[in-house]
Design a protein around this ligand. Structure first.
Ligand code: NAD
Length: 485
């Protein structure tokens, strides 16, 4: 019997599901059981061509559609997503393995927030009038044209919407390629946009590995590429886009610091560390995986952290009591287990966890290492799994310098009751998305993105508009045009 997660076809192009079984088969494995629940096929060149051609045609229609109407379509799509939140969350759980307890509140809901927010902004995207005495300049905010979105596997619905909603609000079209690991959810976003009244071809979804991504990025018809992925992929995609002078947004990896000062509310700081390391089983780009704890409170922090981590409920992700799911794939589980072994070998002190959980599926125990030093592999490389590194520090200047000593710069958090210190420290941290006495909040109203190797550009908020539109300036001379001869 066909599994309920199996989509009608692999791709969604020009308003309809499209299949081409001559592409490479991509099995969809449910991470909680290891069972194959669906198959899609990588896009062939013919499929990529259909997607780009129809998106280019739809963009022309959409750019001429009144912005208020564009906004209405996006807001209707948001309403449909909210109405179907339960089914979409179940699908997200099948796609990623994340517990339903999380997907019910963090995925389709976050996607709907983006559609609603950018739908609301669509009609207010205007240029300006710049007086020059008699003459004047006016500006027109124009769409970029045809955009490509490429997703990572941790938030398949959210990533499709965080890219699609601002792109469409600005009058662009998008061809979206989900991660080959989680190909299911973006198809639903495409389906819902059509139901909400978007023209056929405006938001197409094609499946495939990096090769299909590469074809999209290098196509001369494409004006902009927005990638969510790892730093090595980001470097390749950025370089390929540069060849065609295309606009880019790069949402990449991190090894973000969380600083817990001696005056912090310890329970609160532990909540932040748990959210910033174990949510989605640690598969979150902005996670605060280097937890610097002041040496005076370190042992108290570790003891209570271990107590609270022991209460994590691992199990069937569809059981709403379960709050900790498996790694997305067997491969990712093995990568994370490899880092745990490295942590042990390099001399970090294991506080809790430390291996695979004894159950079916790709579960890794929530793991905490203490006495981690800056040079250890687990403190330097992005693990993308539930492995928290606790490092100690003495002084504010020292911890700021150590927190910044990394190629990454996605996020940073500070826990302290001293607000002067909080702002002073945040001001010095090299990161794009920061938190004070909290961690990993990502409302659509706030800009999201990284500095240094963690990325270029910002998603969400009004900032995203700048990355999906461009300004034309028009000089208007009211008198005669003077010339030298
Ligand atoms: P990945 O870099 O392996 O793949 C990301 C996407 O890029 C996939 O869809 C993949 O098929 C595609 N791709 C790979 N090579 C390509 C190429 N040459 N040309 C075009 N496309 C190509 O990342 P992943 O393993 O799917 O996701 C995990 C990574 O993503 C982590 O590093 C994580 O930190 C990062 N991430 C960042 C954010 C953020 O917003 N900053 C969010 C989630 C995940």
């Amino acid at each position: 019997m066909t599994h309920p997660a199996q989509p009608k076809a692999s791709h969604f192009i020009n308003g309809a599901y499209v299949e081409d079984t001559s592409g490479t088969p991509i099995p969809v494995i449910y991470a909680a059981t290891g069972e194959e629940i669906a198959t899609v096929y990588a896009a062939t060149p013919a499929i990529v061509e259909q997607a780009l051609t129809s998106a280019q045609a739809a963009q022309k229609i959409w750019a001429k559609t009144a912005p208020t109407e564009r906004g209405r379509v996006l807001r209707r799509a948001a309403d449909i997503m909210r109405e179907r939140n339960h089914d979409l969350s179940v699908l997200e759980t099948y796609d990623t393995g994340k517990p339903l307890q999380e997907t019910l509140v963090a995925d389709a809901t976050s996607g709907a927030d983006a559609l609603e927010y950018f739908g609301g902004l669509a009609a207010s995207l205007t240029g300006e009038h710049i007086p020059l005495g008699e003459d004047w300049v006016y500006t027109i905010r124009e769409p970029l044209g045809l955009c490509v979105g490429i997703g990572a596997w941790n938030y398949p619905t959210q990533i499709a919407c965080w890219k699609g909603a601002p792109a469409l609000a600005c009058g662009n079209s998008m061809v979206f390629k989900p991660s080959e690991t989680t190909p299911l959810c973006a198809l639903k976003v495409a389906e819902i946009l059509i139901e909400a009244g978007a023209p056929a071809g405006l938001f197409n979804v094609v499946q495939g590995m990096g090769e299909v991504g590469g074809q999209l990025v290098t196509d001369p018809r494409v004006d902009k590429v927005s990638l969510t992925g790892s730093v090595p992929t980001g470097k390749k995609v950025y370089a390929a886009a540069a060849e065609g002078m295309k606009h880019v947004t790069m949402e990449l990896g991190g090894k973000s610091p969380m600083l817990v000062f001696e005056d912090a509310d310890i329970e609160n700081a532990i909540s932040g560390a748990i959210n910033g390391n174990f949510y989605s089983s640690g598969q979150v780009c902005s996670n605060g995986t280097r937890v610097f704890v002041h040496k005076d409170i370190k042992e108290k922090f570790l003891a209570r952290l271990a107590e609270r981590t022991a209460t994590a409920k691992l199990g069937d992700p569809m059981d709403e009591e379960v709050n900790f799911g498996p790694m997305v794939t067997e491969n990712q589980m093995n990568i994370v287990l490899g880092y745990i072994e490295k942590g042990k070998a390099e001399g970090a002190r294991l506080i809790c966890g430390g291996g695979r959980a004894e159950m079916d599926g790709y579960y890794v125990q929530p793991t905490v290492f203490a006495d981690v030093t800056d040079d250890m592999t687990i403190a330097r490389e992005e693990i993308f799994g539930p492995v928290m590194c606790v490092l100690d520090f003495d002084s504010e200047d020292e911890v700021v310098a150590r927190a910044n000593d990394t190629e990454f710069g996605l996020s940073a958090g500070v826990f302290t009751k001293d607000f002067t210190r909080a702002h002073r420290v945040i001001g010095q941290l090299e990161a794009g998305s920061c938190f004070i006495n909290s961690y990993n909040d990502a409302p659509v109203e706030a800009p999201f993105g990284g500095v240094k190797a963690s990325g270029v550009g910002r998603e969400n908020s009004k900032e995203a508009i700048k990355h999906f539109s461009q300004v034309k300036s028009v000089y208007v001379r009211m008198g005669d045009c003077e010339a030298a001869f």
